[in-house]
Design a protein around this ligand. Structure first.
Ligand code: UT7
Length: 345
């Protein structure tokens, strides 16, 4: 008999210490591009974009601005909010699909710029689910006792990978960064549960076909637009509406909580109709749903932490509140975290 099968079925490990969010930060580029401005370039209208997606404008980086420039500002704000010195960090974890370079990791650029002299650093690739994946990963490191202080940043500059002549995608995305500092916290507070899922058979539902080792960049890939984001919008919409409620319910079950316990639902901001659909399914009023898709569009890995920071600034986060974060996107990937908020804002 193996060692594992000798444990009784009811065996549960000793309670692990918890990890909580000690500080939050965000940054979006200065330049706002309205729907009306996009309508000057492609055949669309402000009315079509606003009614189908909820988006009114998005922020776009300058040509000389890269993902780490945005992330660095968000990281510094989160560290200040948490009153953590960069030199105390054990890890810089950057969730991004749009790193400064193909390699090395953007997290290493941040580690150096911040002066996180005793931290490890790596990037995590889970597209729009990246921040939720990052929270789960950082929680594991802290719960196990391996690390104490971790900076998780979600950043994307997808506007650099858009075909601005493709009206089915160029209207949707914006750039931004959001960061959180995780530290050990009291039992029963902080991240109570995480659920991560993937379905790689949906690879081509939303992807960037060329520029990797499968299809390196050539004059032909550039000419045919394969170095730009491509998406089957309807497929992704259906996937999101189906999977988001299930993953929220699963994460709540793991934390022994119910939908009515949710104080604030912080979902990936892809389309207001996806947010409304999930809220309806759980009977949650839109007052308890964080929304920034109207002002920033889909900022990929940054949307959830930006919404968290804005909720903190709006004094919508109180100690003891149950906050549920949800990500979904390319991969396909999706996931959720249930958090009992462990500080007042
Ligand atoms: O972060 C990754 C996750 N991404 C998402 O979650 C995106 C999920 N998908 C969506 O949000 C929606 O599918 C879209 C907003 C992308 C599209 O909305 P839709 O209601 O699914 O529209 P559709 O693609 O079915 O297009 C309906 C019509 C089409 O015309 P016909 O064939 O009915 O004549 C499109 O050609 O709307 C047309 N259309 C547009 N019209 C004006 C597509 N894009 C536009 C546009 N302006 N920008």
């Amino acid at each position: 008999m193996s060692v594992l099968t000798e444990f009784p079925a009811t065996y549960s490990p000793l309670p692990l210490r918890h990890a909580g969010i000690a500080g939050l930060g965000m940054y979006v580029p200065e330049q706002a591009v309205t729907n009306a401005e996009i309508a000057k370039r492609v055949e669309t209208t402000d009315e079509w974009i606003a009614s189908r997606t909820g988006i009114r404008e998005r922020r776009v980086t300058r040509p000389d601005e890269a993902s780490s420039d945005l992330a660095l500002i968000a990281c510094r704000q989160a560290l200040e909010d948490a009153q953590v010195d960069p030199a105390e960090l054990d890890l810089v974890l950057c969730a991004t699909a749009t790193g400064d370079y193909v390699w090395p990791a953007t997290a290493c650029i941040l580690q150096d710029a911040l002066g996180a002299t005793k931290a490890g650093a790596f990037d995590l690739s889970a597209a729009c689910s990246g921040f939720c994946y990052g929270l789960a990963t950082a929680t594991g490191f802290i719960q196990s006792g391996m690390m104490e202080k971790i900076l998780v940043v979600g950043v994307d500059t997808l506007t650099k990978h858009l075909n601005w002549d493709d009206r089915s995608t160029c209207i949707l995305f914006g750039d931004g960064a959001g960061a959180a500092v995780l530290t050990p916290c009291a039992p029963d507070e902080g991240i109570l549960s995480s659920v991560l899922r993937a379905d790689g058979s949906g690879l081509k539902s939303v992807w960037l076909p060329a520029g990797g080792t499968r299809t390196p960049t050539t004059a032909e890939t550039l000419e045919s637009g394969r170095n730009c984001l491509q998406m089957q919008g309807k497929e992704v919409y259906k996937f999101a509406v189906e999977t988001v409620p299930d993953v929220i319910q699963e994460a709540l079950d793991k934390a022994c909580l119910k939908p009515s316990d949710i104080s604030l639902l912080v979902m990936h901001q892809a389309n207001i109709r996806i947010l409304e659909s999930a809220a309806r399914r759980f009977g949650i009023s839109m007052e308890r749903v964080a929304v920034n898709v109207d002002r920033y569009g889909n900022t990929s890995a940054a949307s959830v932490p930006i919404a968290l920071r804005e909720s903190a600034e709006q004094k919508r986060l109180k100690r003891g509140d149950i906050v549920v974060t949800v990500g979904f996107g390319a991969g396909l990937t999706w996931g959720a975290n249930v958090i009992r908020w462990n500080r007042d804002y």
